[in-house]
Design a protein around this ligand. Structure first.
Ligand code: NAP
Length: 250
């Protein structure tokens, strides 16, 4: 049976995998939730929007003759990852996750580790500070309980609604970012504190390295739990799992 891949996307890794799959002459589709207005350029056909929970994803897999699923979503997209495990089991289709290792604190880092967004909100219950809040627009309202701070918000798209903060600045920009640029940005806005998800990977690390260089504390939000599944950490590993490792010299 010809291979027909479904890549659950929304990350640079998913885009890179799509390019490798297309280069290898394989069939596949990249799926987006539809959170950003313009997903980056894709080498494979794409579909946009939720599937409708576990049952919807299972039905999609069966209806489209999907033979393999790669969960290449962001480490914080936990619901999609849960759904993928259940739906693939239900459809009896193999699943692999293309994941990034989390960041570890390095010498010179000053991290305040919190388990989730609520933990970050609680950690911001403190006197006014100038905060770089890099958590994505979906979570801004959860930070409303601490309006005493100035918030520098870096978002992929302009926020749909006005952020719930008296004092803020919105920067619309898509990564990857460079450490020197992020350091200059933090200095320009007099940032004293950074809030970040522990996303892992290179594209969003610049702000963490810049905070270290400026000796700024970082409220680091831990990853949500996801069910056990087969995991790969590189595009080459996924291609090998698909039986096409030789194409990439694996
Ligand atoms: P989530 O909470 O795990 O997902 C919520 C719902 O969105 C899912 O149940 C699913 O709807 C739909 N969905 C999520 N990813 C999808 C995909 N790739 N294709 C089709 N439907 C998808 O996810 P999220 O945190 O909102 O993230 C949404 C997307 O943004 C993901 O694709 C992720 O890779 C990307 N992203 C997320 C973050 C982050 O920090 N969370 C950062 C960068 C990029 P149904 O149940 O209806 O199928």
């Amino acid at each position: 049976m010809a291979l027909n891949l479904l890549i659950l996307g929304g990350t640079t890794e998913a885009t890179a995998l799509g390019a490798a799959v297309a280069d290898a002459g394989l069939s596949g589709t990249v799926s987006f939730a539809g959170r950003v207005e313009r997903p980056g350029r894709q080498s494979l056909p794409q579909r946009i929007g939720g599937f409708g929970g576990v049952a919807g994803l299972r039905d999609y897999i069966l209806a489209h003759g999907v033979t393999h699923v790669v969960d290449a979503t962001h480490p914080f997209a936990a619901r999609m990852s849960h759904n993928a495990v259940s739906a693939c089991a239900g459809a009896d289709v193999p699943l692999i996750a293309l994941t990034r290792a989390p960041w570890d604190a390095q010498p010179g880092d000053n991290w305040i580790c919190v388990p989730d967004i609520a933990g970050a909100v609680a950690a911001l219950d403190r006197p006014p500070a100038r905060v770089m809040l890099a958590v994505g627009r979906m979570h801004l309202n959860e930070f409303a309980p601490n309006p005493q701070h100035f918030y520098l918000l870096r978002l992929v798209d302009p926020p749909g609604a006005l952020p719930p903060f008296r004092d803020h600045h919105v920067l619309v920009s898509r990564g990857p970012f460079a450490q020197a640029d992020d350091r200059a940005l933090m200095e320009a806005h007099g940032i004293g504190l950074v809030v970040s998800k522990n996303a892992g990977g290179a594209g969003a690390y610049a702000k963490i390295a810049a905070a270290r260089a400026l000796r700024l504390p970082v409220i680091m939000i831990d990853r949500p739990a996801v069910p056990a599944r087969l995991e790969a950490h590189s595009v080459a590993e996924v291609m090998a799992w698909l039986g096409h490792g030789a194409d990439l010299g694996v």
